[in-house]
Design a protein around this ligand. Structure first.
Ligand SMILES: C[S@@+](CC[C@H](N)C(=O)[O-])C[C@H]1O[C@@H](n2cnc3c(N)ncnc32)[C@H](O)[C@@H]1O
Length: 316
């Protein structure tokens, strides 16, 4: 059976640990990307709507931040998804006659195909250079003289704990240089009930998204997870401002993998930790930027202060 060795290694380590854990980075197979598109349209999932609205309403202001000198630039969208939200920003840059190459990068072929279709339809004259890949390992660009503006939207950074978030931002800092910028889309700390509902929707789409990870492991690693014997569980801790998702084993059970040649046992009620979603205060964002070699220039928020677009400048 053909399989991704990185996934095999990750699952072997993750399911052998005392606290079983799998990374949310593996959620996005084609079905996972489709389910995430449905999550983004859910009434409870405010994140996409608020960020999208900010990107639409404040596109000109952002374009001014991004391009104060109207120099040619590469816009590098890390974990771009289907590009629905970035379209208005790209349109704004395009309308300002900025010489801009849009470089979306994603691990999901499905997401990049949807993005390419969208941009060909709505912004056919924009230079588009999609790249299928992992932003922890690759950079979608050979060093050029053009300015680089990197974007990490959709609260992607919040999926990492603080040391890993700082490590990622430092690695981005190492790729950028004087005059370059980083734009982060970050979910802000708010009423815990509002946050929790976003990860525990009534229709059960988030549950299906979480459980789809097990379906992926069945297909790609020859595992025999019975999805009916695991349940989605979400929590939010207002002290740490972190939402966490788990898959809870309904019974005592054993699950095997043909590829890994291993069997993993689960107690009844045992939880696999699958996702963290950090929420931020403005102070946390400022500290994160400083710890990674950036300076926070501007924090663009909606009226309720639910979500922020953080404009970070590279500091030597
Ligand atoms: C939460 S979605 C956000 C999508 C988009 N940026 C938005 O704001 O709508 C996360 C996206 O990042 C991609 N992704 C997650 N981890 C990645 C990684 N390490 N490298 C590249 N893409 C990644 C996923 O495939 C998915 O399309």
């Amino acid at each position: 059976m053909q399989h991704d060795p990185a996934l095999a290694k990750h699952v072997l380590l993750g399911l052998s640990a005392a606290q079983k854990a799998l990374s949310s980075a593996w959620f996005y197979d084609d079905e996972g990307s489709r389910l995430f598109q449905r999550i983004m349209a859910l009434p409870e999932y405010y994140l996409t709507r608020v960020e999208h609205q900010l990107l639409r309403d404040r596109a000109d202001e952002l374009a001014r931040w991004i391009d104060p000198q109207r120099k040619p630039l590469d816009l590098i969208d890390l974990g771009s998804g289907d590009g629905e939200k970035t379209l208005s920003l790209c349109r704004s840059l395009h309308d300002r006659d900025v010489d801009c190459v849009y470089r979306p990068m994603d691990v999901s072929q499905h997401a990049l195909a949807a993005l390419s279709q969208r941009f060909e339809q709505h912004l056919p004259r924009l230079a588009l250079e999609p790249l299928l890949g992992d932003y922890f390992e690759h950079w979608p660009l050979v060093r050029s003289e053009r300015r680089q503006v990197a974007m990490l939207l959709g609260s992607n950074l919040g999926n990492l704990d603080e040391p890993r978030a700082v490590a990622l931002l430092r690695s981005l800092h190492a790729r950028l240089r004087e005059g370059d910028m980083l734009l982060l889309g970050l979910d802000l700390a708010k009423d815990p009930r509002t946050v929790l509902a976003a990860y525990n929707d009534k229709q059960g789409v988030t549950a299906a998204f979480n459980l789809n990870l097990l379906r992926r492991l069945n297909r790609e690693l020859g595992m025999d997870f019975d999805l009916a014997r695991f349940s989605h569980y979400a929590s939010y801790c207002p002290l740490e401002h972190v939402a966490r998702s788990f898959l809870v084993s309904e019974t005592e059970q054993a699950v095997s993998s043909r590829v890994l040649e291993r069997t993993f046992t689960f107690n009844a009620g045992e939880a696999i930790y699958t996702e963290q979603s950090q929420k931020y205060t403005p102070e946390m964002i400022r500290e994160l930027a400083a710890a990674s070699g950036f300076a926070l220039n501007s924090l663009i928020t909606d009226d309720r202060r639910w979500y922020a677009l953080a404009v970070l400048h590279w500091v030597a």
